[in-house]
Ligand binder design. Structure first.
Ligand code: UD1
Length: 417
């Protein structure tokens, strides 16, 4: 089993380019299923979740190829509508394929994605919306059988919570449905706008993304297109926090600062100076990081839950006590025990983390509990005195394109063993 080995407490310097966004590329790859033609998706990160998505597309009958950062998908001949249990297990986000398979084939069978490392992740909002559009859904032996007896119909949908995945699934189902779908209380994350930009470039009629009401006027057909994935704001936050905890000045290219307003303002509050020049950022750390009294994760444009582990890692080295309140996922603090192994002083009370800043962290043996928690441990280990060995790194590889190579190019003493 591969592990990451880090000899910490080294200054970083230099520049790296931020990869394309995992949370954009996955629904966009699902969206290629709706298009009878060859689509080119550029700026795709080289991560295992993309490989899993390509496997699903191929299992459904698509022809896929990958060259450098471009994934090509030809969905002219989709032959299947079932995602096997193995493929569903490989990636929870495969529920993202549901709306697209139904839109293309008029039926779908997937196993219920169930829980994951962040706690129970129900898909009731996805299913309620699809049912409202005319999908009949039955659940048997852990599988969801979805069938559209007539045509998918556009309708008004009010989400009781602005779920990212549900909003994307509704868009994917509605694009070729008959009539107009309106999503009220839709998610506003930038990755939703990226999905809409991709589909609109293929002939879809979607507007309102980025606001809480999205309109989708169904069209008969979509045509082949090419699209470039937006930069990954959570990966950018990961490298900013790596610079912050190691007291290093670094440059990041291929960043969309307008997607990161809440993140950037909190990095500034902790004492970091962030100089923005177009799509480039320069991170200038303070001598000692400052505490932030309270950080709350919220839906966009609030502070993203996925950047929580990175913020908590940074605050664990700050001067004073900070509070982090996790409002999106129930079970997001599993990595905290691992940070404490490195010398952090973090206590969890329900959905609140109380972070007493310490002056130093120390190398230890740790394991990843989830994707962003794993990245947080890497960041902490970069700052820690001595050696850290990190196990169960497959979590990290789901979402980070060559994190080891990138950090090593900045001067970190890091390798995969
Ligand atoms: C997406 C992101 C994930 C991010 C999250 C919140 C992808 C592939 N993943 O996940 O990285 O952390 O948004 O920004 O884009 N919920 C329900 N019922 C539902 C759907 C969601 O109760 O039908 C709840 C969830 O349990 C969770 C909250 O709503 O507590 C947010 O979930 P959601 O926005 O749907 O996140 P995902 O799409 O799963």
């Amino acid at each position: 089993m591969a592990e990451i080995l880090i000899n910490g407490n080294k200054k970083l310097t230099g520049k790296i380019s931020v990869q394309g966004a995992k949370n954009s590329v996955l629904p966009i790859l699902a969206g290629t299923l709706l298009i009878k033609g060859e689509c080119e998706i550029h700026n795709c990160p080289n991560i295992s979740d993309v490989d899993a998505s390509v496997k699903i597309l191929e299992a459904l009958g698509c022809k896929c190829s990958k060259q450098n950062d471009c994934v090509t998908v030809d969905a002219s001949c989709v032959t299947d509508y079932k995602i096997s249990e193995d493929l569903m297990r490989e990636m929870r986000s495969s529920v993202m394929f549901l709306g697209a398979i139904i839109g293309r084939m008029g039926k779908a069978v997937i196993s219920n994605p169930g829980g994951c490392e962040l706690g129970p992740r129900p898909i009731d909002l996805h299913l309620l919306a699809l049912q409202k559009m005319g999908v009949q859904i039955t659940e048997e032996h852990g599988f969801l059988y979805c069938d559209v007896p007539n045509r998918l119909n556009g309708t008004e949908i009010h989400l009781s919570f602005p779920s990212v995945g549900a909003t994307e699934n509704i868009i994917l189902a509605a694009v070729t449905a008959s009539g107009t779908t309106v999503i009220h209380n839709a998610a506003k994350e930038p990755e939703i706008s990226d999905l809409a930009d991709f589909l609109n470039s293929a002939g879809a009629k979607i507007c309102g993304c980025g606001s809480d009401t999205i309109y989708i006027e169904g069209v008969k057909n979509l045509h082949a297109t090419s699209h470039s994935i937006i930069p990954d704001r959570i990966v950018a936050a990961t490298y900013i926090s790596a610079a912050a905890v190691t007291g290093s000045e670094i440059y990041l290219d291929n960043v969309m600062p307008s997607h990161m307003v809440s993140c950037l303002s909190l990095f500034k509050e902790s004492g970091c100076d962030i100089v923005v020049c177009g799509k480039r950022l320069k991170v200038i750390p303070p001598k000692r990081l400052q505490r932030i009294p309270t950080v709350r994760s919220l839906v966009h444009p609030g502070f993203p839950t996925d950047a929580g582990p990175l913020m908590i890692t940074m605050l664990s080295l700050a001067d004073g006590t900070s509070i982090f309140v996790e409002n999106i996922f129930e079970n997001r603090f599993r990595y905290v025990g691992e940070l404490n192994r490195l010398g952090a002083n973090i206590k969890i009370q329900g959905k609140t983390a109380i972070i007493e800043g310490v002056p130093k962290l120390w190398g230890a043996s740790c394991k990843c509990t989830d994707l962003r928690g794993g990245a947080a441990i890497v960041v902490a280990a970069l700052a820690a005195e001595g050696q850290t060995v990190i196990g169960e790194i497959s979590h990290i590889l789901r979402g980070y394109d060559d994190i080891v190579g990138n950090l090593s190019s900045l001067g970190a003493d890091i390798k995969i063993i």
